[in-house]
Structures are given as C-alpha cells and as structure tokens.
Design a protein around this ligand. Structure first.
Ligand SMILES: NC(=O)C1=CN([C@@H]2O[C@H](COP(=O)(O)OP(=O)(O)OC[C@H]3O[C@@H](n4cnc5c(N)ncnc54)[C@H](O)[C@@H]3O)[C@@H](O)[C@H]2O)[C@@H](O)CC1
Length: 501
C-alpha cells in the first residue's frame, strides 16, 4: 500500500492501542534494516550512524546493534546531546556505549580502508517542515561522505529532507543509494524528482503495521508481490511448454542489440528462442549468437506472421529500412508482442497502428526519450507526472501494457494497479539494458504470463541482476555492462523466489 505519513502514524497509533509497544516495532524495523545492509553491503567495514532526535535514529541504532556482531565498526554523528533525544533512541544509544565511537566530523575522520556505509537516521515520518540547521549540516556531511569517499548511504524510512508525502526535497536533503522503507511505502518516495534522493527501495515489512489505509491503485514491486506471478515449472514440462519466443531485431551496425535480447530471453527461461533476421544480416550475426538461439533468415519480416511462436519481441537494433513490414506485423499479429526501440519510434511516426492494435496484447517499453516521441501527439499532457502519463496513455487501449523505463520504472495496464519498480542502480545507465529487458519480457510473455505481470517481473529481475553483479564480484557500478545483467538473471530469479529485498 502507498500511504501518507499521517496514515502511517494513524496505523502506528492503532497498533499502540492494541497493546503493541513502540520498542517492539523499532526492534523489528531495526532488524529488518540490518538485513537490508547485509544484502547491499555484504563486506563489513565502517558503519556511520547519522542520528537525529526521534525514533528514526532508534531504527539506525537497532540496526547497528545487530550488525556489530557481523564485524562492523560503528561510528556515530549526533545532532544533539543524548539527553535531548527521544527516550527510545536515547536508551539504544546508551546500550551501545562502548561499541559506538562518537565522531565530530565524518569527512575528516580517518576510516580504515574498506566499505563505508552511512545510515541516515536524522528524520523519518515525524519531520515537520524543512530541516533545521543542525540536521541540514549533518545531511550535507552525509552527502559529502557519499560523493567524496564513495560511502554507500542507506536512509531509514525516508531520506532526511525529502517530504514523505509530496517527494519535494529541501536544500541538502540526503541523497540515499538505498531507502529502507519501514512497514509501508510513503507516497513521496515515488514522486517525480524524488528518485535522486531515494535510490533503490527496500521494503522492510512490520507484522503489526501490515494493514493500513492508503492508495491501493499503485504498488511497488517486491518479491512478495512478484513471486506468485513467476510460473512454477511442472516436473514433466518440455521445451515447447516453456515458451517459443520469436525476436525481430538486429541490422548492420546494431547486431549486439539482437544478441543481448536473445540472451535475456534465454536466461529468463524461454524454451525456444528464434532470432528472425533479413537474409543480408544472417551471415553477420549467426556465428556470434549463443548456442541456444536459432536464427531464421527471411526475405520479408512479414514471414513471421506465419511462424509458430507464443510471443514476439520487435525492435532492438532493427533499423528503419523495412518499416511498413514491421508496422503491418504490429497491427495484425494476434500474439503478445513486446515492442521496443526502433519499433517504438515507428509507432510514434504512425500512431494509427496502435489504434488498429488497441485490443491486441502489446507491451511497449519506451525509455524517456522514446516516450517523449510517443507523446508528441498529446501536447495537452505536457507537465503530467510519469504516473499520470502512463495511466493516460494506456487508458484507451485495453490490450496495452506500458513500461516507462527510468530510475523508477513505471508500469501501467488498463484496469490494473500501476506498478513502480524498486530495483536497479545507476550502473544500469549504459547501452543494451533495454534490449535485455525486452528479451526477458518476451520469455515471460511466451510462458503465458499476463503482460502486466510480465513487465513487473522483467523490470524487477533486470534491476536485481544488475545489483547481484556488484555484490557477487565485489565490482563497481561503473563497470557494469548489459551482458553482466544477462549473466546474473539466474541469481535474480532465485532471489525473487527466496524473497530478497
Ligand atoms: N513510532 C513507531 O512506533 C515506529 C517508528 N519507526 C521509525 O521512527 C520514525 C518516526 O519517528 P518519530 O515520530 O520519532 O519522528 P522522526 O524520527 O522523524 O523525528 C522527529 C523528531 O525530529 C525533530 N524534528 C522534526 N522535524 C524537524 C525538522 N524539520 N528539522 C529538525 N528536526 C526536526 C523533532 O525533535 C521530532 O521530535 C519512522 O520514520 C521510522 O523510521 C519505526 O521504528 C517503526 C516504529
């Protein structure tokens, strides 16, 4: 559920009225946050707590208590004398005395080599108005530690300085790499412009705060939601049951896009993957494809209309030389089609195609630039939020699912809950990621997963695979390539099944 801070506070009050104590809630929250730290920072090092006066600081202190036994060296920056803190965080700080080193300046401090993780416990849902100076200075220090020392910043519940309801950031608001959201997603975290401060969303559920009033028309993708959407393989299934994917992609100079798309489909579980290319492209591409991929040369792309597939992916590296053939397939083929890249640009030039295909199962996966081209025909929508744009675009096409890529990928389908992705990191800002996503989605669509769920699975898995590359190989985000994402889709699938964050 997406809630306002007030709805969250009311839910907490109701729990207190049932006899649940704030200390119990904080304990559960802090343990969950420690698990988030373990997932995203598996190598121990220096943990720096930035503590405000309220219970948000208590969450950070409980998490630190849990992480001490893993070997983290814990440091703290305080905004005030401990006596001025609320009772719970004060008690937790006292209990940790002897294990926490209070420091005066995290930028100047000589941390030993190894990872540095900052926990932002300055402000949570109890924030009133813009940050007061003493907190703003600490937030600025946290941001400097992130940019100058490459510390990983994990925010408790809400990045301090970001409005939890509207997502507006005040000056020097904390820039988090990961926001460990407690109990329920706060609406402001999903607002346009909040992404830069929120980063990856990891939801820490609290048993006693699991039912709450809020916006049920939207949801954030988590394994809890996605797990049941992933088809469970039958013991006696064969390759035909696992989905036959056809891919129309690749042209001279853009062969890698086709290859990445095929690899995505294979690693996401497609039973059979066939790449359909023009005859002149065949000799260029056949030898570089993974052994699992079949290649079908055609004189005319429309030959695909008579081939036997469960789903088709069209677009990566396709070029525009045969646009009429592609448009005909898009308007006629009565199969799930994942539409990406050059095929999206063709639709932006010929929007009538989508009117003809309004009832046919189509999943369009534009990045913001492609989306802007699609929206040229709707000038009155200028200034709408991402969510509203997606919801408006799909409203007239009952067969259409739209996946708007970005830091916070948004997915919409007529009469379905709007979905926001939680996974991924800035290392994914490199070429080829979209081609992989298209292949992954084609694999699920070919297994007869509804396109809305297909898009949700695809977005979450690709982001999680990108994260796995960093933690498994102790690798930096900068070095991530799209092929690395295909290589880790298996880990991401397993994380989804087992319920990682
Ligand atoms: N209340 C509960 O039962 C639970 C709270 N939890 C955590 O506690 C947080 C909420 O705790 P609180 O209600 O104590 O609120 P906060 O921790 O957000 O802090 C509120 C305090 O910060 C100060 N403050 C408020 N606005 C400020 C501003 N603009 N500039 C500077 N200082 C400001 C005030 O002293 C105020 O008392 C949640 O976000 C979550 O992290 C979790 O432990 C789960 C349970």
């Amino acid at each position: 559920m997406i809630t306002t801070c007030q709805q969250m506070q009311q839910c907490e009050e109701a729990a207190f009225a049932r006899g649940i104590s704030a200390a119990e809630l904080m304990d559960e929250a802090g343990r969950g946050i420690a698990a988030v730290v373990r997932q995203f920072a598996p190598r121990t090092g220096s943990l720096v707590l930035f503590l405000g006066k309220g219970n948000n600081a208590g969450d950070a202190l409980v998490a630190a208590r849990e992480l001490l036994t893993d070997g983290w060296k814990v440091h703290a920056r305080l905004c005030c004398e401990p006596a001025a803190m609320k009772e719970l965080p004060r008690r937790h700080l006292q209990a940790l005395s002897g294990h926490v080193r209070i420091i005066e300046d995290a930028i100047e401090f000589d941390f030993p080599p190894g990872p540095i993780v900052s926990l932002d416990g300055l402000l949570g849902i109890g924030a009133q108005g813009p940050m007061k100076l003493e907190l703003e200075l600490l937030a600025r220090e946290m941001n400097a530690l992130r940019s100058l020392r490459h510390a990983v910043t994990i925010a408790m519940d809400i990045p301090s300085g970001l409005n939890g309801d509207r997502g507006k950031a005040c000056e020097n608001a904390v820039v988090a790499d990961i926001t460990a959201v407690v109990a329920q997603i706060k609406a402001g975290l999903l607002a346009d412009g909040a992404d830069q401060h929120v980063g990856r969303i990891a939801l820490v559920p609290l048993r006693e705060l699991s039912s709450v009033q809020g916006d049920a028309q939207a949801a954030v993708l988590t394994p809890r939601l996605l797990r049941s959407w992933l088809p469970r393989r039958a013991n006696d299934m064969h390759k035909g049951d696992a989905g036959r994917v056809g891919i129309l992609a690749g042209s001279p100079g853009f062969l890698g896009a086709a290859e990445l798309c095929c690899r995505g489909a294979i690693r996401a579980g497609a039973g059979l993957v066939t790449l359909i290319v023009r005859e002149e492209v065949y000799p260029l591409i056949a030898a570089r494809l993974p052994a699992e991929v079949m290649v079908q040369p055609v004189k005319d792309y429309r030959e695909a209309l008579d081939m036997d597939f469960d789903a088709l992916a069209i677009g990566p590296g396709l070029g525009f030389a045969h646009e009429p053939q592609i448009l005909e397939i898009l308007s006629r083929l009565d199969l799930p089609v994942i539409v990406d890249a050059d095929a999206l640009t063709m639709i932006s030039r010929h929007p009538e195609v989508m009117n003809e295909a309004a009832k046919l199962p189509r999943l369009m996966t534009p990045h913001p630039g492609e989306m802007a081209r699609l929206l040229r025909h709707y000038p009155s929508w200028n200034g709408m939020s991402r969510r509203l744009l997606v919801e408006s675009y799909i409203s007239r096409s009952p067969g259409l699912t739209l996946l708007l890529k970005g830091t916070r990928t948004v997915i919409g389908t007529h009469r379905e809950t709007t979905l926001f992705n939680s996974t991924g990191h800035p290392g994914m800002a490199s070429g080829g990621m979209g081609d992989v996503l298209t292949g992954v989605c084609a694999a699920f669509a070919a297994q007869h997963v509804p396109l809305h769920q297909t898009a949700g699975l695809g977005a979450w898995l690709c982001g999680r695979a990108a994260e796995r590359h960093l933690t498994l190989y102790h690798s930096a985000a900068e070095s991530l390539g799209a092929s690395d994402v295909t290589a880790h889709l298996g880990h991401a699938l397993q994380d989804l099944k087992e319920g990682a964050f």
